[in-house]
Write a protein that binds this ligand. Structure first.
Ligand code: NAP
Ligand code: ZN
Length: 350
């Protein structure tokens, strides 16, 4: 067993505190990773505050992990000591359902093991609940450990492990590319990486933000157009425009207004996961044969493809590195949409 430093939260309205946790003995296929950087995803906040219910306390969030391999089990072939590696939202899946066999592990129906807050046996994680990347070390089975190409710094790579794949996967699935008009709603952690990836794929990218303050950044990151959604005129001007709209917003939006921005056969894909139901008029969907869809992270092979793509195109997250004692303050700033554009914890400060 390995003892690691970590930051955990013990109640929905609590704050983060320094603690020590146990990591399992290395099994034959396990990789021990020295975590260097851990991104703060809005999902961490939903979970830490029990907004999706079912949070097991004490909780150690963190599923945007980048670090170096410290040790490997005897049968590990994919990684070796010293390798630059990453871990995202999943640390295991059933491996035998239709989704797993298709390489779509994030849609596993046999039971995904999430990087944190998943019930597991004591042998997998002492305490019986997975603990995430706000920690100096993590043990993960080799098939769920990604290689981070040399071209990307570990700090700016960390957010790609969740935000990067969560955007890359639907952009690929709905064929974002030359000749396609793509809108990204919300320029936060997910959204800003979506702008970069969609632009690199060759799409014509529009940012739909509720604030004008990110306009310059949006255009710098690769968007051709930037509109503010607090201005009613935006919805008149852009009616029937987009082939694909990706909604990254963590709060409920008036969906009809956004669905009407789709052209014939366009799709609006939900990524943001507020805890309240969405409402949309059937007429709005039927009128232009529009689709309302959703997408959840992406598979392991596609995550590696995304990391390679980002390396080739010089894409990393725009980050603000913080020390571990600044997690509570960072959460407040994410909630206020005051993040440019991802907080990343430097685990050397643990
Ligand atoms: P984030 O950094 O907080 O970004 C969300 C952005 O949404 C904000 O920057 C803001 O952008 C906009 N926004 C926030 N509140 C708003 C409001 N009340 N009205 C209008 N716009 C608002 O969060 P994130 O880490 O990108 O995560 C976003 C959501 O995706 C969360 O719900 C998270 O749980 C979910 N998520 C889903 C998946 C998946 O696989 N589907 C994966 C990861 C995360 P502007 O200021 O530009 O408007
Ligand atoms: Zn995430």
């Amino acid at each position: 067993m390995t003892t690691a430093a970590a930051y955990s939260i013990s109640a929905p309205d609590g704050g983060f505190e320094k603690t020590t946790i146990e990591r399992r003995e290395l099994g034959p296929h396990d990789v021990l990773i020295d975590v260097k950087y851990a991104g703060i995803c809005h999902s961490d906040i939903h979970t830490a505050r029990n907004e999706w219910r079912g949070t097991q306390y004490p909780c150690v969030p963190g599923h945007e992990i980048a670090g170096l391999v410290a040790a490997v089990g005897p049968e590990v072939t994919r990684h070796k000591v010293g390798d630059r590696v990453g871990v995202g939202c999943m640390v295991d899946s059933c491996g035998s359902c239709e989704a797993c066999l298709a390489g779509e592990e994030s849609y596993c129906t046999g039971g995904v093991t999430w990087t944190y807050n998943s019930a597991v046996s004591e042998e997998i994680q002492p305490g019986g609940v997975t603990l995430g990347g706000y920690s100096t070390q993590v043990v993960v089975t080799e098939n769920f450990v990604l290689s981070i190409p040399e071209g990307i710094g570990l700090d700016v790579a960390a957010p790609l492990l969740c935000a990067g794949i969560t955007l890359f996967s639907p952009l690929r699935h709905w064929n974002a590319g030359p000749g396609k008009r793509v809108a990204i709603i919300g320029m936060g952690g997910l959204g800003h990486i979506g702008v970069k990836i969609a632009a690199a794929l060759g799409a014509e990218v529009t940012v739909l933000s509720h604030s004008l303050s990110k306009r310059e950044d949006g255009l710098r990151l690769g968007a051709q157009h930037y509109y503010v959604t607090s201005d009613k005129q935006t919805f008149k001007d852009l009616r029937g425009t987009f082939d694909l709209i990706i909604n990254t917003v963590s709060a409920n939006l008036p969906m009809d207004d956004y669905m009407r921005l789709l052209r014939l056969d366009g799709s609006l894909v939900i990524l943001g996961l507020p805890d309240k139901p969405l409402a949309v008029q059937p007429f709005t969907i039927a009128a232009q044969r529009r689709s309302l869809a959703g997408s959840m992270i992406g598979g392991i092979a596609q995550t590696q493809e995304m990391l390679n793509f980002c390396s080739e195109h010089g894409i990393g997250a725009e980050i603000e590195v913080i020390s571990a004692d600044g997690i509570d303050a960072a959460y407040e700033r994410v909630l206020a949409s005051d993040v440019r554009y991802r907080f990343v914890i430097d685990t050397a400060t643990m």
